[in-house]
Design a protein around this ligand. Structure first.
Ligand SMILES: *[C@@H]1O[C@H](CO)[C@@H](O)[C@H](O)[C@H]1NC(C)=O
Ligand SMILES: *[C@@H]1O[C@H](CO)[C@@H](O)[C@H](O)[C@H]1NC(C)=O
Ligand SMILES: *[C@@H]1O[C@H](CO)[C@@H](O)[C@H](O)[C@H]1NC(C)=O
Length: 974
């Protein structure tokens, strides 16, 4: 009997057993969930990182760091330019990724005691945390922030569970147990396996069930837990609660503090507070490693957008690569020096059959130079790996919700990916716009003629594939001639603007005359209407009754027409209120209304893991089930005052709507229940009022729509991996389950793909008997040469071979080299001289100096020494110590007014040590405290007495806005 079989059997038989702080939602209104604990810690630490950057840049930072922080407050305070239009969705999305990943541990690792610190599994639990922290650091080093977030969320779950499941707070502790994130420190005072720790609870009251000798001796224990079996070592505490079979045995009852109604619910708030502090401490360790800017990128706050170009360099591009350069240069130059200047540029050339190398730079000139050096060669086979490029580079490589442009004239050779790409579009919510060019009017083009020469038009089937992908993502398929392409790039400029929001988006195939209305709120700027389609006419009218038709520009706005696209840029006067657009056409058309606003929303489908009995949720990946209820977690972004009145699924091509029932979860989040979702394709639409005084005067009504289409399926697919991290050379098993309504049977084709081309094996089909479920395993092997920090996105698609209906699951994993060095580098002070410093700091030229040695013992060696606090100059050199060891010699000089220094020393395995020194003003003999992080009270810290004092005026900082990531795939231009 293998453990995986047991696991599957349990999943079928039992409701998901929650035995931790509730993962996502607190329905009693008092208990704190893993979500809230994580969000509080993330907001505190993010605000601190912004504060430190602001100080370094000499800017003010007025935010008070406490539990009232919100994503909106923190990001606004972090922004260096108060007047910039900010989008809050990326930060919200990153935070959501953290708490969804955190919640997943209760599903994927339901039976692992170490992931929950059950059964006194302290050593195993600490390993989960410390190996996870190492993996997060590897991801940060490789700039794979998305996979870094996934592992970080996972690690936080285990860390937080310690405070609910152990007797740490019952022992009187009100601060985190730092040893859990310090693998170099021994776990001490653990209760012996044979030592009884609890007595029976009396009449269901467990308040006083921990044995007094355990409390007196300060022995650490945790509750035993089992879903199936009641056996546990005699006299040990249990977790407690109705799912825990061990809680009926001696000692009866439990000690968990998962919520206020738990066995030790009276200590829930205390445990949750310490869990927040512990999560903050863990984030501080990662921040010290990543630096403030790196940490903010990990948290989803980055300076601005990422611009990426994926350019075809096959031989047939030879004549035309100049045009590709022109388009990319004009986009780069138009953003230079503006608020919207990208923070990073990515270039990926692609050829037949390969890609790369990938270039990432922050310097626009280096980027342009690299584009200039591109040479067209090779290839010859016309269809290119367009979809592979989209899969590997743009959809899995760019941040979620990126805007991606693909310029194409060639069919997709890799059309096998045509179902994988929609799955990735749905899962990343990125928007893909295709610029489809034809060659009819281009005399320069020769590539078509080289193969058969039948037609130099993109085949209709390929054009339709691209149109379908665009529609599914909320992008557009813009069909122009080569000559018109330069004019069409205004769409690219629009789409790279800050804080884009979709007000309305519809597509009609076939077309039919229809009147569309939409509400524009006062926060929206630069309202733009796009209409694509063959022969059509339209008329629109503004809230004040002014109208304009399809012939020309008019009183409402300026119209440009390129190919099948009409772009109307609306004048800024009188926009607020209800608009109408009447379209008359019988050919397929699309209508899209966008603007710029801080105010938007994010959503995720969630799944009641345990309907009825327990009432909590986890992220639902893949397509929602048709004919069933669905739940959405919706969060309004960019406003702490908005109220949501309606969340609906709106049929993407017709007029059907499914209205949700809303339940407020506080802080702008809502749990939305949709009853009996029909089969079809939908978009999520949100309507409401913003009660902020500045908005309500002008009628606070607003509407927003999500770009990505939601497609329903008659069956669902879930997949779990028992680890988010694998080592190079190792193989991981991903278990998947297909579920359909009872009585369904059939055969499902299985297609597993990944964006790294790693070898994977899966059954070709799985068969569902009438029970309504089928299972299988996909194995995936990371080559031994895989670089540490590499991430992989695995898409497992299932197709019902009878009905062609499809659904999928997407899993992300990181490849990380096993870490064996867990000891942080140590600091040893050599001298501190502050004798020139006056007693009262006077902004003079006087300086103080610190000299220290940093060593890493038997570890991987010192990687870097960075200045965390202090206004001085840091220099390092290397030397060999008395015992032959490598020593990093640190010398630091600072003005006497900058009286404190904190150095962060990091070894090659990512272990973080700290040295703090100060010349305080209050005492004459000041101590130099040199500590190793993250705890302060580490033995062996040398203390050096110095004989001076100084004043203080230390300062530290950075400004942050947010933009979209923005990718352009240029293939077969001209
Ligand atoms: C659209 O509105 C116009 C003017 O109000 C009306 O004449 C027309 O019948 C409407 N068309 C449709 C398809 O509802
Ligand atoms: C609106 O568009 C104008 C012109 O394209 C641009 O200068 C301005 O920055 C845009 N507004 C915002 C908020 O980006
Ligand atoms: C805006 O509305 C006012 C009256 O409400 C009207 O006089 C003016 O012409 C309108 N301007 C535009 C550009 O529609």
């Amino acid at each position: 009997m293998t453990s995986s079989l047991l696991w599957v059997a349990l999943c079928l038989l039992l409701p998901s057993p929650f035995r931790a702080f509730k993962p996502l939602f607190s329905l009693d209104g008092e208990s704190l969930t893993h979500r809230q604990i994580t969000v509080r810690a993330v907001l505190r630490k993010t605000a601190e990182a912004c504060q430190s950057l602001a100080t370094a840049e000499g800017r003010g930072f007025s935010l008070t760091i406490d539990d009232s922080l919100t994503v909106t407050k923190v990001q606004s305070a972090c922004s260096s330019d108060g007047s910039a239009l900010l989008s809050f969705t990326a930060f919200h999305t990153a935070v959501a990724k953290l708490y969804f990943s955190n919640a997943l541990v209760d599903v994927a690792m339901a039976l692992s005691e170490k992931h929950h610190f059950d059964d006194e599994a302290f050593s195993g639990g600490r390993d989960v945390i410390t190996s996870g922290v190492s993996a997060v650091k590897e991801s940060v080093k490789a700039q794979r922030f998305l996979s870094g977030r996934l592992v970080l969320g996972w690690v936080c779950h285990t860390l937080q569970d310690f405070y609910s499941h152990s007797n740490w707070v019952e022992l009187g502790n009100r601060v985190p147990y730092t040893t859990l994130i310090r693998p170099d420190l021994p776990l001490t005072n653990l209760a012996d396996p044979s030592t009884p720790t609890c007595r029976n609870c009396v009449a269901g009251n467990c308040n006083d069930n921990i044995l007094s000798e355990v409390l007196q001796q300060g022995l650490l224990t945790s509750g035993y837990f089992n879903l199936l079996f009641s056996a546990k070592p005699a006299g040990k505490c249990s977790h407690g609660g109705s799912f825990d079979q061990t809680s009926g045995q001696d000692a009866v009852g439990g000690i968990n503090k998962d919520d206020v109604g738990a066995s030790h619910g009276h200590m829930h708030q205390v445990a949750a507070e310490v869990a927040v502090a512990a999560t903050t401490e863990l984030l501080e360790d990662i921040r010290a490693f990543a630096g403030d800017r790196g940490f903010l990128r990990l948290m989803g706050l980055s300076q601005s957008s990422v611009l990426c170009f994926v350019i075809d360099t096959t031989g047939s591009m030879k004549d035309d690569i100049a045009e590709a350069k022109r388009v990319s240069f004009s986009i780069i130059d138009s953003k230079r020096g503006s608020q919207q200047e990208p923070s990073a540029y990515i270039l990926v050339p692609f050829n037949d059959p390969g890609f790369g190398p990938l270039l990432t730079t922050t310097d626009a000139d280096i980027f342009k130079q690299k584009i200039n050096e591109l040479q067209a060669k090779g290839g010859g086979d016309i269809p290119e790996l367009c979809l592979s490029g989209l899969q590997v580079l743009a959809l899995t490589g760019a941040p979620p919700s990126s805007e991606i442009f693909v310029v194409r004239d060639a069919p997709a050779k890799d059309a096998a990916l045509k179902s994988t790409v929609p799955a990735l579009i749905e899962s990343t919510k990125s928007v893909v716009t295709f610029m489809l060019t034809d060659n009819l009017r281009s005399s320069r083009r020769r590539r078509r003629d080289t193969v058969g020469g039948t037609s130099n038009r993109l085949p209709e089937s390929d054009a339709q594939l691209y149109r379908d992908l665009a529609r599914a993502s909320g992008g557009q398929a813009i069909e122009v001639t080569k000559a018109e392409l330069p004019q069409a790039t205004s769409v690219i400029q629009d789409a790279s603007g800050n804080a884009l929001v979709t007000v309305l988006q519809v597509s009609r195939t076939p077309g039919k005359p229809e009147n569309f209305t939409f509400t524009v709120d006062s926060s929206i700027q630069n309202l733009t209407v796009y209409i694509t389609g063959g022969s059509l006419s339209f008329a629109m009218s503004s809230p004040t009754g002014v109208s304009q038709n399809s012939q020309t520009s008019g009183p409402l706005g300026t119209m440009e027409t390129v190919g099948n696209l009409r772009r109307i840029s609306l004048n800024s006067a009188n926009q607020t209120g209800s608009w109408e657009i009447r379209i008359i056409s019988t050919e397929p058309y699309t209508l899209k209304v966008i603007g710029q606003s801080s105010f938007n929303f994010i959503y995720s489908f969630v799944e009641a893991a345990n309907p009825g009995a327990h009432g909590d949720f986890s992220l639902k990946e893949g397509r929602p089930l048709s004919g069933a209820n669905a739940s959405l977690l919706v969060t309004v972004t960019g406003s702490d005052t908005a109220t949501v009145s309606e969340v609906s699924l709106v049929d993407a091509s017709g007029s059907r709507e499914v209205n949700g029932t809303l339940r407020s979860l506080g802080e702008g989040s809502f749990l939305v229940t949709l009853a009996d979702v029909p089969e079809g394709e939908f978009v999520v639409r949100l309507r409401g009022e913003d009660s902020a005084p500045s908005r309500s005067q002008t009628g606070g009504g607003f509407q927003r729509q999500a770009s990505t289409q939601v497609k329903t399926s008659s069956f669902s697919v879930t997949a779990v991996s028992n680890s988010t991290v694998l080592e190079p050379g190792s193989t991981v098993s991903l278990r998947f389950t297909v579920t359909a309504a009872n009585g369904t049977s059939g055969t499902f084709a299985v297609r597993a793909t990944n964006d790294r081309g790693f070898v994977s094996a899966s059954p070709a089909t799985v068969t569902m008997t009438t029970g309504g479920t089928a299972e299988g395993t996909v194995t995936l092997t990371a080559p031994a040469s895989t670089a540490s920090g590499t991430d992989i996105t695995v898409t497992i698609e299932m197709e019902n071979t009878g009905t062609s209906d499809t659904n999928y699951a997407v899993l992300q994993l990181s490849v990380v080299t096993k870490i064996t060095d867990f000891t942080p580098p140590q600091c040893q002070a050599v001298t501190v001289s502050a004798s020139n410093c006056p007693v009262v700091c006077s902004h003079g030229d006087a300086i103080w100096e610190l000299s220290a040695n940093v060593t890493d013992g038997n570890g991987t060696g010192v990687d870097r020494v960075t200045l965390r606090l202090g206004n001085g100059t840091l220099n390092t050199s290397t030397a060999t110590g008395a015992g032959g060891e490598n020593v990093t010699v640190v010398s630091y000089t600072a003005p006497c007014c900058s009286d404190a220094v904190e150095l962060v020393v990091i070894d090659r395995a990512g272990n973080v040590g700290r040295c703090a020194a100060s010349i305080g003003k209050a005492v004459t003999a000041t101590t130099l405290a040199i500590t190793s992080a993250p705890g302060a009270n580490v033995t062996g810290s040398p203390v050096v007495a110095i004989t001076s004092s100084g004043g203080r005026c230390a300062s530290l900082s950075l400004g942050l806005g947010l933009g979209v990531a923005f990718c352009l795939l240029l293939g077969g231009l001209l």
